[in-house]
Design a protein around this ligand. Structure first.
Ligand SMILES: Nc1ncnc2c1ncn2[C@@H]1O[C@H](COP(=O)(O)OP(=O)(O)OP(=O)(O)O)[C@@H](O)[C@H]1O
Ligand SMILES: [Mg+2]
Length: 253
């Protein structure tokens, strides 16, 4: 069964005169890593907001784990585009949030899970720190740990690395691939960076038009154990040019 399915989904923001999505169908298989690639303003974040129930589609069905969104609570882990950690809460208190919202998890168990998640993202010992005591990359890792603590198998990451400097960004991409390999979660990752999409995805889902009527799936011919060097292979260089061409076409249409 698909982890996520959009079935003929149309969406229009209230008061707007045009659709953002129109009759859009696509499905995501368990354990895959897809980047959604598209130009700014085309509706990528809107797809996430419909998936996590922040918005409700005008027409069609959105199914997570085979069930309609809205009928279920906390269906997916969501890391929004903007920063995200509450500055007045410590790292540990920030990570406790999804469990507090869900309820029913004793404080002691929460602390165990928080420490395990922090260790997993390389932030052991940072539980008592405040977000402004961490570097940009560390904050993103803390936010990712919080997303994982929702307990969901589907993670929606909306441009999580776009504000980071170049080298931190590369390190975080490698780190995320590693997290994907070890956790086996399904990841949807929004970006407008073609190289980032190629490096991370099992296949890239390209937005080719607005309103979004389809996502064009482009397979990336690399296994999970890829390195950045693989991006210099001729077939990857060609694919990169092809993707840039698709984005350019969208801008000029
Ligand atoms: N709350 C809203 N009300 C009305 N229109 C909105 C609202 N939020 C977004 N939009 C419009 O919907 C379109 C898609 O927005 P969305 O945030 O999904 O784009 P995006 O692809 O994520 O862009 P970016 O790459 O810049 O983050 C944009 O044209 C935007 O102006
Ligand atoms: Mg967006």
């Amino acid at each position: 069964m698909s982890v996520l399915e959009f079935d003929k989904v149309t969406y229009r923001y209230p008061g707007d005169d045009k659709n953002i999505l129109e009759n859009l169908s696509f499905a995501v298989e368990p354990g895959s890593f897809h980047c959604i690639l598209g130009v700014s303003g085309c509706g990528k974040s809107t797809i996430f907001r419909l998936t996590n129930g922040l918005l409700h589609q005008t027409e069609g069905r959105v199914l997570v784990g085979g069930e309609p969104v809205g009928g279920r609570r906390h269906v997916c882990g969501y890391m929004p585009q903007k920063d995200l950690l509450f500055p007045w809460r410590t790292v540990g208190e920030n990570l406790a949030l999804p469990m507090e919202i869900r309820g029913g998890i004793p404080k002691k168990e929460q602390l165990l899970r928080i420490d395990a998640a922090l260790a997993q993202v390389g932030l052991a010992g940072c539980r008592g720190k405040r977000p402004d005591e961490l570097s940009g990359g560390m904050r993103q890792r803390a936010a990712f740990a919080r997303t994982m603590l929702t307990g969901s198998d589907l993670l929606l990451l909306d441009e999580p690395f776009s504000a980071l400097d170049f080298l931190t960004r590369l390190t975080m991409q490698e780190w995320l691939l590693d997290q994907w390999r070890t956790t086996g979660k399904t990841i949807l990752f929004i970006t407008h960076d073609v190289e980032e999409a190629l490096f991370l995805s099992s296949s890239v889902l390209v937005v080719e038009s607005t309103p979004i009527r389809s996502l064009r799936e482009i397979r990336v011919p690399l296994g999970a154990d890829r390195t950045r060097r693989d991006l210099t292979r001729p077939e990857l260089v060609e694919l990169r040019e092809e993707l840039i061409g698709m984005l350019r076409k969208q801008v000029t249409e």
